[in-house]
Every structure is written in C-alpha cells, then in structure tokens.
Design a protein around this ligand. Sequence first.
Ligand code: FES
Length: 175
Amino acid sequence: MSFRAAPLSVPSDRDKETLFTPEIRAEIDRHIAKYPVEWKQSAVMPALTLVQEYNGGWLSRELMDDVAAYLDMPQVSVYEVATFYGMYDLEPTAPNKVCVCNSVSCMLCGSEDLISHVEKKYGVKPGETTSDGRFTFKEVECLGACRHAPAVLVGKTYHESLSARKLDELIEGLE
Ligand code: FES
C-alpha cells in the first residue's frame, strides 16, 4: 500500500466563499444520519468526497479543517484520511481524472502497459495533469473490479477489461 505525502495547500479565497452551502450541509447531514449520534465522524469519507467534488476535484487545507469542525473531530484525523486514500487530491487537478488501477490483479492483466501507454501518448506521468488540462492521470490502488482487470476509473465511471485502444477512446471522449 502506498502513502501519499503531498504537501497541504494554502487555502484560497474561493474556498472561504463557497464552502458549506446549505446543499452541501444537507448532503453531509444525510450521511451523518446513517450513524449513531456520537459517531458522526464516521461520515468523514463521504463528507470529504462531497466537498472535493464541490471544490472542482481537490481538497485544500481549509476545506479539510471545515470538515473536521463540522464533524467534531481533530483536524489531524481528517488529514490522515485525506492523505491515506488515493481518491482524495490535495493539489488542484483537471476536472477529469483518469485513474488506472495498478494493484496485483490489474498489474498481472496489463495495467502497467496501460500506464506506459498514457505516459507516452499523452506526455503525463501518474500524479500529473496533461499540458492542455484535459485530464489528471493517477495510478491507484484496487478499484474493487479485479475480476475484470485491468480496471480504470474515469470520472465517476468504472471501466473494466480495458485495452489501450479503449482507453484512448475514453480519453478522447473527455470534454
Ligand atoms: S486489482 Fe485492480 S481492480 Fe482490483
């Protein structure tokens, strides 16, 4: 398992203006309601996912701090979650993310070839965004689709048994 130690970013004015609209609060509250009252921290992952999506695909330090305050949990505990799981980004990304699984099943079924293909064809390494800003490329841990490896997550959609040609089609279809 890998551990990302990306530096935490400086909060932006945009975050201060836009964080926690009534809609975001309502969505987070919906997740909090799934757990006993004293365990509202259990909603930290969906809360981070919602806020990241709302913020254009990444989490600033201020956003993580606001999630901590909203869930009554230590800030460091939120940082631990956000830095451990690969679906959270702590630096700005492109609106589109192409995430290639490189855990064992996918590696055995050709994910390394897919990664090399993307690196060569689009000039981008894992963790980087293409020069035209079309997508951020990520190498991620198991996506839970091992049976149909290699698996790739593009936006919110899982794609299985992918070839380089199919992956190109998906990338070319990105807006
Ligand atoms: S190893 Fe790739 S989806 Fe599980």
